[in-house]
Design a protein around this ligand. Structure first.
Ligand code: NAP
Length: 281
């Protein structure tokens, strides 16, 4: 659709930004929904981040996504933060208000939960979850599970101190366990999430003995390059319900699109195929 003087504008800010899948993802929805708008990649060097964010309202931007390395730096630049961004300590979505103020959100948490629900029907309330990893993604996921009422969220990480800091920061149903206690933690768990970078292209596979998990457990690997990881292959082989990492990436984009462009987009098989084409190209 061609742009007019009324076009709504948003983009993704990163350095570099060429790796971001967000322009393709939002571009699909803009075309599908026939919206007069554009979503553009914005490569902003670190010494210009403050200027770039201050410039968003002046340029008429409705907002932006923040990607590596700016998710933490954006916290201070926002005028307000939603509870997820505040607790997780990272902003991935900024919405420019009518008054020009910047509202920072973290939509990874809701994207994770929405995808898990859509793909497996899993609802966290009262459940027992194990999260592998203690980096940025694990933090968003552990917070999401706790916020959704999980009874227990066990964080297991290679560097145990990072898991302990995460559990202490977020509190509630979170506990930290060392990697050597993984088998114990998996016994009776309803959900296992891999939020480490193990299994990613170029990294070793994640090697976990899944036998302590019950037959009804769900295994979610948030790694999406490749989409079919060794962890998911093993889980499928045991007859467990599996959820891959692409859906979280797609679902986290929904709240931003909705606020910038005024329509709630859907995560459909057609969108998945369109983004997947690019990931496997
Ligand atoms: P991060 O902050 O760098 O954290 C990496 C985590 O992986 C840490 O817990 C680290 O443990 C662990 N790790 C790395 N190498 C390891 C190894 N050899 N053995 C054991 N643990 C290891 O990264 P992140 O941003 O949280 O991302 C983690 C993964 O999630 C990446 O694969 C990323 O692509 C994926 N992700 C997916 C989505 C999605 O939408 N699907 C969104 C965000 C991230 P230590 O603390 O011991 O170093």
């Amino acid at each position: 659709m061609s742009l007019t003087g009324q076009s709504r504008l948003a983009g993704v800010i990163g350095w570099p930004v060429s790796h971001s899948r967000s322009p393709r993802l939002h571009g699909f929805w803009l075309d599908e929904l026939g919206i007069d708008g554009a979503y553009v990649p914005l490569a902003v060097p670190p010494d210009r981040l403050g200027d770039a964010l201050k410039g968003l309202p002046a340029l008429g931007f409705r907002g932006a996504n923040m990607t590596v390395p700016y998710k933490t730096a954006a916290l201070d630049a926002c005028d307000s933060l939603d509870p997820a961004a505040r607790a997780i300590g990272a902003v991935n979505t900024i919405v420019v208000g009518e008054d020009g103020m910047l509202a920072g959100m973290n939509t990874d948490a809701m994207g994770f939960l929405a995808n898990l629900d859509q793909e497996s029907g899993f609802r966290a309330a009262g459940k027992n979850a194990v999260v592998l990893g203690a980096g940025g993604a694990a933090r968003a996921i552990a917070w999401a599970l706790a916020d959704a009422g999980a009874a227990r969220v066990t964080v297991v990480n290679r560097t145990p101190e990072r898991a302990e800091v995460l559990a202490a920061d977020l509190g509630g149903p979170l506990t930290a366990r060392p990697w050597t206690a993984l088998a114990d933690s998996l016994a009776g768990a309803d959900l296992l999430v891999n939020a480490t970078s193990l299994g990613m292209q170029g990294k070793p596979p994640l090697d976990v003995d899944l036998s302590p998990l019950g037959a009804d457990a769900v295994v979610n690997d948030i790694v999406y390059t490749p989409l079919k990881t060794e962890l998911l292959r093993q889980a499928r082989g045991r007859g467990l319900t599996v959820v891959d990492g692409l859906g979280m990436l797609l679902h986290q984009a929904v709240p931003g699109f909705e606020r910038w462009f005024g329509v709630t987009p859907k995560v459909t098989p057609a969108l998945r195929s369109f983004v997947l084409e690019d990931l496997t190209a």
